[in-house]
Design a protein around this ligand. Structure first.
Ligand SMILES: Cc1cc2nc3c(=O)[nH]c(=O)nc-3n(C[C@H](O)[C@H](O)[C@H](O)COP(=O)(O)O)c2cc1C
Ligand code: SF4
Ligand code: SF4
Length: 406
């Protein structure tokens, strides 16, 4: 066996063990690189064309994507990195390895990324994909919901990984429990993940299909990442935390919408969650445009990840069904023309189990989930629990909160 083959065999033994675990890619298979090895890889893998496609609203998923790109580039000499809105699935034909990244919203990938995955053409079937997501305290079933559509579309999903990241979420306390992430260690891990995906892709292409990971069950996912909760906490008119939405969740049965744009109820209704449709239907969560303040700059329309703002009429109309209540539009509007009544922060927030602006069930779940994640080595706490809060993000930043389009 040549030295190169030996190295690859060794790597495969470690990484397939990691991949077989339901935790998937805990980065035990990190490849170390001397300059000589990098040079060798350059010639070894430079026929592989890769791309990472991501959506990012506050920068975390982009940062992790950049680090993955760096890792892949070290192995292959090339890796494109593009926002999901800047590419269509049909343009992926020329790539051998495709990474998809999304932030977690209500324990699901943000829908714009799922829409993309659901629209992958059959001509891509069998291509090597990997998935990554970033999240705050409640990852829930985000990985399953990201990987499953890729598998259903016939893609070969060769790995996945999630990262705890800080939160800039309206209604969430600042500092937040997960603030400080991604740090240098996370980014180094992301680089290694990128390298590992190249190695896996190459090994699988060589015929070692046994290392293609099996997607964990929802039960396993719930044990590791928790069930999550619907994100309905920031509106002033919201009377109570959402009822337990998890009892009927059956992700295996989850169909997805076939076209863009469509309702985010692809998750909620079908999984028995309360409807998070937002703007109109949840009293207190209404978004309104004040036509006297609107200067028609278009930033809200361009930035909305759900194609939810109809600017063919004035005042613009929120189409509601597709709204994720991410409040990006409200946060970027330079004149404050989009009005939203925020809930007052809970005075105990950050002191005990209540980390939200509402002392609902979310706080307690958050603490338990994070303690479990810490105990199992999946989470490194950089912000002390007693330091969480006391203000909400929108109180700390003032307005506008967003400076650029995601
Ligand atoms: C609308 C919205 C909903 C969110 N829901 C969750 C959630 O259910 N669980 C979680 O852990 N984090 C949640 N987050 C936090 C983000 O997943 C986390 O901050 C992520 O890293 C953001 O990525 P980005 O900076 O690339 O946008 C939510 C954020 C937003 C804006
Ligand atoms: S809150 Fe605003 S930006 Fe976010 S999905 Fe709804 S309309 Fe779009
Ligand atoms: S961002 Fe504000 S000012 Fe600009 S078009 Fe939207 S509502 Fe009008």
């Amino acid at each position: 066996m040549t030295e190169t083959n030996l190295t690859r065999r060794k790597f495969m033994a470690v990484s397939s063990a990691a991949i077989a675990s339901p935790f998937v890619i805990k980065m035990t298979g990190t490849v170390t690189h001397s300059e000589a090895a990098a040079k060798e890889n350059e010639t070894k893998y430079n026929d592989m064309k890769s791309i990472v496609i991501y959506y990012s609203q506050t920068g975390n998923t982009k940062k992790i994507g950049q680090a993955i790109q760096k890792g892949i580039t070290r192995q292959t000499g090339q890796c494109d990195l593009v926002r999901v809105k800047e590419i269509t699935p049909a343009k992926l034909e020329k790539y051998d390895l495709i990474g998809i990244g999304a932030p977690t919203w209500s324990s699901c990938p943000s829908p714009i990324v799922i829409y993309f995955c659901k629209n992958l053409p059959p001509t891509l079937k069998g291509k090597h994909f990997f998935w990554y997501s970033t999240h705050g305290t409640m990852p829930g079933r985000c990985i399953i919901r990201g990987v499953q559509p890729l598998k259903e579309a016939g893609m070969t999903v060769i790995g996945w990984k999630d990262w705890y990241c800080g939160c800039k979420v309206p209604g969430h306390m600042k500092p937040w429990y997960t603030d400080g992430h991604p740090d240098e260690i996370d980014l180094a891990e992301a680089e290694s993940f990128g390298e590992a995906m190249v190695e896996h892709s190459r090994i699988i292409s060589d015929g070692e299909t046994g290392i293609i990971p099996t997607l964990h069950s929802t039960e396993t996912s719930d044990q590791i990442w928790g069930k999550g909760h619907p994100f309905v906490f920031m509106g002033a008119g919201q009377q109570s935390p959402a009822p337990d939405m998890d009892s009927n969740m059956e992700v295996e049965k989850m169909p997805y919408p076939l076209e863009i744009p469509t309702s985010m109820n692809y998750v909620c209704e079908l999984e028995g969650m309360p409807n998070r449709e937002g703007a109109k239907s949840q009293p207190g969560n209404e978004l309104k445009i004040n036509p006297d303040k609107c200067i028609r700059c278009g930033l809200c329309v361009k930035g909305c990840p759900c194609y939810n703002i109809d600017d063919s009429v004035f005042p613009y109309v929120f189409k509601t069904q597709d709204c994720e209540m991410c409040l990006f539009c409200e946060g970027i509007c330079p004149t404050g023309a989009i009005e939203f009544e925020f809930r007052k922060p809970d005075q105990n927030a950050g002191k005990g189990d209540s980390g939200m602006a509402d002392p609902g069930k979310g706080g307690g779940d958050i603490s338990l989930q994070l303690e479990l994640a810490e105990a199992t080595g999946r989470f490194r706490r950089l912000t002390r629990r007693e330091d969480v809060g006391p203000k909400t993000w929108e109180e700390v930043t003032g307005h506008p909160r967003h400076k650029e389009l995601p």
